[in-house]
Design a protein around this ligand. Structure first.
Ligand SMILES: [Zn+2]
Ligand SMILES: [Zn+2]
Length: 367
């Protein structure tokens, strides 16, 4: 083996060239060798065994060969200066393989299919993860506690997102819109992702239930389209989130306890009778919209009145409604107002009912 020190007196800045002909870097081979700054792994190496480079705390650059297929458990755990990974043809990233690589920012993984549990756990500076085209499985907590402002996209091969896969991470946006084969999303997959703004699922996937605590404590997630085919929403799936806009698919049969507990921006929806809704499912949400309750129709001549929200008088073809306090508005104006406040725009009384105003048809006198 050739070991080249850049400076004879500097044993902390060594370039390591593993000899040609090597096929496996054995387990623990360079564990805690904190004199390595850069390592060249030659063509021909197919596997880096467990803990091969663990806690090489000055290791900044690793040159992977195109023959490398597997990186085993903890192979680079705690390499806190490692910055950039070009994984070429690597197929499997083992458990904790890059855990606690605190300076890791960029990872390109064009042939990775399996990311095992905790693979990037605590990579606090992880910023871009690219070339994820072939990822099939994301292990438990694989990206938990990772960096901020990450946008990540996965593709058709993705089948499984493990328990807590992204929890407590700074991820902003997860694009899953091509993942029609997705079968499993584990509990708490996105729990307490404080920066999470959007997760785009494919309109239809193989998933039947949204897991427990899926988006719990996501304080910036305001909207989510539940994919078609979802039958059940598990306990605390959206608890304490900022969810405001959500679509419920026709396939839905069950909303479990505390599923939307304390989603204070969400109006309690009116779901079809067949859906079993736990009494605590929508506890702490805004009341049911008065516009969604069954409303009566009243005959009323409003021809010489005006809407005190937009200050226009009522045109012939416009929809008009009356609140319980008897004040009348354009229906569109009233809805927009009501989205912001529960009170009448004119007298500030609480809105308890909304009636549809029908103007009496004026019959011409036949002379
Ligand atoms: Zn109006
Ligand atoms: Zn009023």
């Amino acid at each position: 083996m050739e070991i080249v020190a850049q400076d004879k007196n500097d044993f902390k800045n060594v370039v390591l060239r593993i000899p040609d002909g090597t096929t496996i870097v054995k387990s623990g081979a360079f564990s805690k060798c904190n004199w390595i700054a850069e390592v060249y792994i030659p063509e021909g190496v197919v596997k880096i065994e467990e803990f091969a480079f663990k806690y090489c705390e000055n290791l900044e650059t690793v040159h992977f060969p195109s023959t490398l297929l597997e990186i085993e458990t903890g192979a680079f755990i705690g390499c806190s200066k490692l910055n950039n990974l070009q994984l070429k043809n690597v197929h499997t990233i083992g458990r904790r393989a890059f855990g606690c690589c605190l300076n890791l920012e960029n990872v390109a993984m064009p042939h990775v299919a399996v990311i095992q549990d905790f693979a990037f756990y605590m990579c606090k500076n992880l910023d871009t993860v690219t070339n994820t085209d072939n990822v099939q499985k994301i292990g438990n907590e694989a990206f938990a506690h990772t960096g901020e402002n990450v946008l990540i996209e996965f593709h058709e091969p993705l089948v499984c997102i493990g328990t807590g896969a992204f929890k407590y991470s700074g991820i902003c946006c997860v694009i899953l819109s091509k993942c029609v084969n997705l079968q499993i999303v584990g509990a708490g997959a996105f729990e307490k992702c404080e920066h999470l703004l959007a997760v785009g699922f494919a309109p239809k996937t193989q998933i039947k239930l949204l897991p427990p605590k899926m988006f719990r404590n996501c304080h910036n997630l305001t909207g989510f389209n539940i994919p078609k085919g979802i039958v059940s929403i598990s306990p605390a799936a959206f608890e304490n989130s900022a969810i405001q806009n959500i679509t419920f698919p026709d396939s839905l049969k069950h909303v479990a306890r505390r599923a939307f507990h304390n989603c204070s921006r969400l109006r309690t929806p009116v779901l079809p009778r067949e859906v079993m809704v736990d009494p605590s499912a929508f506890l702490g949400c805004r009341p049911i919209s008065a516009f969604e309750m069954p409303s009566a129709t009243v005959q009323l001549d409003v021809s010489d009145k005006m809407c005190s929200i937009c200050l226009n008088s009522f045109g012939k073809e416009e929809n008009i409604c009356r609140f319980g306090c008897s004040h009348v508005f354009h229906t569109e104006c009233a809805k927009q107002w009501y989205d912001m406040a529960n009170t009448c725009a004119y007298c500030r009384q609480e809105v308890t009912k909304v009636e549809v105003v029908q103007r009496p048809v004026k019959r011409r006198k036949i002379v």
